[in-house]
Write a protein that binds this ligand. Structure first.
Ligand code: SAM
Length: 251
């Protein structure tokens, strides 16, 4: 199983095995809310694949890995960890950067920040800084993986309209209901629009969402499986928490 090149809040690292085992037969695989893409990078390739996220910088990174990975690798080879470099990258105006530079900036900020959030330089007293952002060869594998994949940067409803067929399978991992943290807000109206689109879907879907009175109500007519996920806010045992998530399918 491949590992994503970045981390992302709400990433499906702990649940991906369960999700992958539940994927039904399909020809076209669509991820509407890609993030770091734990499920995509963990599963077998499908005939046709589509990945989508509304975050422009995130999608630019995957596009650049797909088309220009040797150049990204070359430019990152001598890059190293430093607070001043971090601040410089953070303060760049992306409008003036090339797409390759934007991808490098995004990667650097994620790899060198606290919790991969990109806003504060990550340092510590018990762990060395990660001096290299990437080691040779990793991007090559990711590029190979992205070969058969359409990379979209749209809001989810437009992707459903374009790719929904009887032979399409959608893996759907939207931002949790009533939680914040992404650049692009996801409101209750967005959640309801998604639910309405799914009611009329031709293909099959698997959706993950936080267990909440309202989310249960929205999806009460579909199959609901409850799962418990370990969530660690720090490495100490006492800070390991469990929370409930729902896996919802129409098959
Ligand atoms: C929970 S994360 C997905 C995590 C992913 N499954 C993983 O394993 O890393 C939700 C993602 O939805 C994206 N997003 C937010 N609003 C969106 C929208 N309207 N359309 C498409 N993507 C959106 C965010 O940028 C974020 O990357």
């Amino acid at each position: 199983m491949l590992k994503p090149p970045i981390c992302r809040m709400g990433g499906k690292s702990r649940l991906r095995k369960t999700i992958i085992e539940m994927i039904p037969e399909h020809k076209c695989y669509v991820e509407l809310f890609f993030g770091a893409g734990w499920v995509y990078f963990g599963k077998e390739k499908s005939k046709v694949e589509v990945i989508n996220d509304i975050d422009k910088e995130l999608i630019n990174l995957f596009k650049m890995i797909k088309y220009h990975s040797p150049e990204i690798e070359r430019m990152l080879e001598y890059e190293f960890s430093g607070r001043d470099i971090f601040e410089e990258y953070k303060n760049y105006n992306v409008e003036y950067l090339t797409e390759i530079h934007r991808a490098i900036r995004f990667l650097y900020l994620i790899k060198q920040s606290f919790g991969g959030k990109g806003d504060h330089y990550g340092y510590g007293t018990t762990k060395k800084p990660s001096q290299q952002i990437f080691y040779k060869g990793i991007l090559e594998e990711l590029r190979e993986r992205l070969r058969n994949t359409y990379v979209e940067n749209l809001s989810f409803e437009k992707v459903i309209d374009k790719y929904d067929r009887e032979y399409t399978f959608l893996f759907i991992d939207p931002p949790y209901f009533e939680t914040t943290g992404y650049k692009d807000k996801f409101t209750k109206e967005d959640h309801l629009l998604l639910r309405d689109k799914l009611i009329n879907l031709k293909g099959k879907f698997l959706l993950t969402i936080n267990d909440h009175k309202e989310t249960r109500e929205w999806y009460k007519d579909f199959n609901i499986k409850e799962v418990e996920v370990n969530y660690s806010v720090s490495k100490t045992k006492k800070d390991k928490q469990k929370y409930k998530e729902l896996i919802i399918t129409n098959y």
